[in-house]
Write a protein that binds this ligand. Structure first.
Ligand SMILES: NC(=O)c1ccc[n+]([C@@H]2O[C@H](COP(=O)([O-])OP(=O)(O)OC[C@H]3O[C@@H](n4cnc5c(N)ncnc54)[C@H](OP(=O)(O)O)[C@@H]3O)[C@@H](O)[C@H]2O)c1
Length: 297
């Protein structure tokens, strides 16, 4: 099949990763972008399975990329039903519909499926043990998708930031402009990952698999996809501050001084070797990506 004739159903095209995918997937086929508010043209609300059925019938995609999710980690603690509908149940419906139509699926999951008790980067088959509703719902979604789809790839990523949407980089830039002092936790360790890098890597993988569902089937499963290296939120904030003119003071604090409704893993670095070994992809260090993002390149 010619790569350019393939139809790609992109779910969640307004999100951080979704927006970047609009550009990176464009050379691979005709993207049919969807959002739940109809801004993208076609509406998919993952909490409404009928909208998925309708979109699949209309688009008949070769590849479905699901960049939508209920991502409000703290709010999920008080809205478990919505988080479950969107993150746990919908991926299974996507998997069923994709299998019926012979389409491949790319889906995203999270480092929050782990409890953070490890001192070593997590591998794909390490024991999961999510601490909150969001992580649990995402883990259920992984299982639901893999149970229903033969051609599905799941990219677990972490600490996503970029120039759009709600993320740590944008929050810090706002606070550095507004305040004299900002306190940031220094005892949670992870890998800040640029949304654009995730979208570029996604497109590289889809291209290597020639947009061919049979080739997706050979590589089906979970992959960790984060920037290389690790840091704390505090050091991440310092790196951001260093790229600004702000004179704001940064103070490290322990997680106990910044209580949130949902518990975060203390350590959630992911091991990206599987992606390297199976696709030959070496992911850039988080500092390199941050610099590129802040340079606006
Ligand atoms: N952000 C992170 O730090 C992070 C970390 C690890 C993994 N991930 C995973 O990466 C993926 C993408 O995350 P992101 O950061 O790009 O997310 P995001 O910026 O929060 O965007 C999520 C998108 O999902 C859409 N959405 C929410 N509920 C929906 C529903 N019921 N039906 C259809 N669309 C719905 C939102 O639509 P609206 O624009 O209408 O709200 C939004 O466009 C998700 O699977 C997430 O779990 C994210």
């Amino acid at each position: 099949m010619s790569q350019t004739s393939a139809r790609i159903l992109l779910i969640g095209s307004n999100g951080q990763i979704g927006r970047e995918l609009l550009r990176t997937l464009a050379p691979l086929g005709e993207i049919v972008a969807t959002s739940r508010d109809n801004k993208a043209g076609l509406t998919i609300d993952l909490a409404k399975p009928d909208s998925l059925v309708q979109a699949f019938n209309e688009v008949k995609p070769v590849l479905v990329v699901n960049a939508a999710a209920y991502t409000a980690v703290d709010k999920a603690e008080s809205e478990p039903d919505v988080a479950e509908a969107v993150n746990a149940i919908a991926p299974g419906i996507i998997g069923e519909l994709a299998t019926k139509q012979g389409a491949a699926v790319i889906h995203y999951s999270t480092d929050y499926v782990f409890d953070g008790a490890s001192g070593f980067p997590y591998k794909e088959d390490d024991k999961t043990n999510p601490a909150g509703v969001y992580g649990r719902s995402k883990l259920q979604g992984e299982k639901a998708l893999l149970d229903t789809a033969d051609n599905a790839l799941i990219f677990r990523t972490a600490w996503v930031y970029g120039q759009h949407g709600q993320n740590f980089l944008r929050t810090m830039l706002r606070l550095f402009a507004e305040r004299d002092e900002v306190r940031v936790v220094d005892d949670q360790i992870g890998s800040p990952t640029w949304s654009r890098m995730i979208a570029e890597t996604t497109a590289q993988v889809a291209s290597q698999l020639k947009m061919n569902p049979a080739q997706f089937s050979e590589k089906r499963g979970i992959y960790h996809l984060t920037a290389a290296g690790q840091t704390s939120w505090f050091d991440f904030a310092q790196a951001i501050l260093g790229n600004t003119e702000s004179t704001c003071r940064l103070l490290p604090i322990p997680t106990t001084e910044y209580p949130t409704p949902a518990m975060r893993p203390a350590y959630s670095v992911l091991d990206n070797m599987k992606l390297h070994d199976l696709f030959g992809l070496a992911l850039p260090d988080w500092r390199h990506s941050l610099q590129q993002c802040m340079d606006g390149s």
